[in-house]
Design a protein around this ligand. Structure first.
Ligand SMILES: [Zn+2]
Length: 167
């Protein structure tokens, strides 16, 4: 088995970075620590990914690559943010937190007229941002609300455990 095929198998046929399935002929082996920087050809240093991201990353240092990955919006959150159930200015940093805060404020305003279904809540989130977010961004915000415990999902129904209003 070739390394590329093996890595693809191990990754469930998905790109290491974007986690999408890779079209035929578009997969390539990326050295996380570039060969030019002393990286080995072993599986522990290699991932299968889309050719496009492979050539974009080139021989950047592993630190720079991490920065590139982290700059993309994704569901990664550090453990401490899960504890920040209190809405206070200090806990709200970065655009994601600002967006979550905007959604929470909107939900609080609605009182008992909050959406009761997952789909309706996602529409509401979209409306808070004047439908300017991508579907992925809406989904991400929704998941963040669930991860932080503000929204509880039971099948397609949602209930709320919103924080006290700020101030
Ligand atoms: Zn990819």
């Amino acid at each position: 088995m070739k390394q590329l095929e093996r890595l693809l198998f191990l990754q469930g046929q998905r790109c290491f970075f974007c986690q999408q399935s890779i079209p035929d002929g578009e997969a390539s082996v990326e050295h996380l620590v570039a060969s030019a920087n002393g990286g080995t050809n072993g599986d522990d240093n290699c991932v299968a990914c889309c050719k496009a991201v492979n050539s974009a990353l080139g021989s950047l240092s592993i630190k720079e690559k991490l920065r590139v990955v982290l700059n993309q919006r994704g569901p990664f959150s550090c453990p401490k943010s899960r504890n920040s159930n209190q809405i206070d200015g200090a806990a709200l940093v970065g655009p994601d937190e600002e967006r979550i805060f905007a959604v929470l404020a909107d939900l609080q305003k609605r009182g008992s007229a909050r959406p009761r279904k997952v789909g309706t809540l996602q529409n509401t989130i979209s409306a808070v941002f004047h439908k300017k977010l991508t579907e992925q961004e809406v989904e991400y915000l929704f998941e963040a609300l669930v991860a932080k415990g503000y929204v509880v999902v039971d099948d397609q129904k949602v209930s709320y455990a919103l924080p006290q209003r700020a101030g």
